[in-house]
Design a protein around this ligand. Sequence first.
Ligand code: FDP
Length: 332
Amino acid sequence: MIRFEQTFMDFLLHHQEKHNRTHHFLILMDAVISAAKRIQHYYLTGALQGNLGPAGSVNVQGENVMRMDQIAQEITIHYLKASGRVIHAVSEESKEIVQLNPPTTERARYFFYFDPLDGSSNIPHGLPVGFMFGIAKKSLDGPEDCHLRSGKDYIAAGMFVIPTGTFTLGLRDAGTWRFHIDETMTFVRPRRIILPRESDGWELSFNAANRGTFSERVQRWIAENEGRYAFRYLGALAGDFHRILANGGMFLYPAIVNHPNPKKNRPQGKLRLMYEGSVVAFMCREAGGMAVDESGRPILDIQPEDHHQRTALYAGSRDLVQDIAKVLKQQP
Ligand code: FDP
């Protein structure tokens, strides 16, 4: 007997029909899956094709752009545009908003926030990187002002860990789900992810080399708690958060406030709110967890003022995040 797995598209079709929704979101997600698979192909063959090196330019964040960043950006924009469903996209790789379809057309209804290849220090080695995205929908009732959306306004957020063939998607009020790629390059076998409540397997994930640059209270919290948990750090948010979702614990990228070279301090944090922090926070909420910023405020409540705004991030098991949030809320 041949064993057939439920595909991602079948899963999503059922979800949309169960909730009496249109097929527009399905069409958008088909484009996202096509983009992720194509990026994965370029990444897998990148070492042989000479695509894992620098591109020779600097992005909106002042970071060196890798050749793969450009390839992933081009691929994603192509498929988003072809879907006809996206009004505009905000990407780590583009300072300007990428206008795709006028909001006045009936079928263009989504805003797409993404980092096409996150975790750039892993690129030269071909090690895991992420394609992360959040999706918001235009207002169907009133005039659309295309404003900046906070994470609590997202309808979905997800990440591919490339090239491992795993895809995780949070759907508003419908859970966080994980899929795996099969031999026909189809994402299959939906499995709902709930962050484990038991602390036995919990992990902490942060860049330990930065430890002395965190605020004193964060350093103290780490010193008091780290002995209880395993420690893992891959250096690519999607991969690190993938583990946290499965094992529980917390990913943290705190504000850098005590760097020996004050010019290197990052009091706002390093990660980008709209296509990293809110994406992780959304999946976290749908998996029963939570995420806060450096002041202990829920990430999903932050109203962005800029598309490329940064944030500190503490995301994972609710009890652990609540515990550090208490410390973060205290006056320094
Ligand atoms: P990177 O700068 O290598 O692109 O967004 C950025 C990100 O990667 C995350 O994926 C990752 O979690 C973090 O930054 C890694 O930063 P450090 O190298 O400072 O640890």
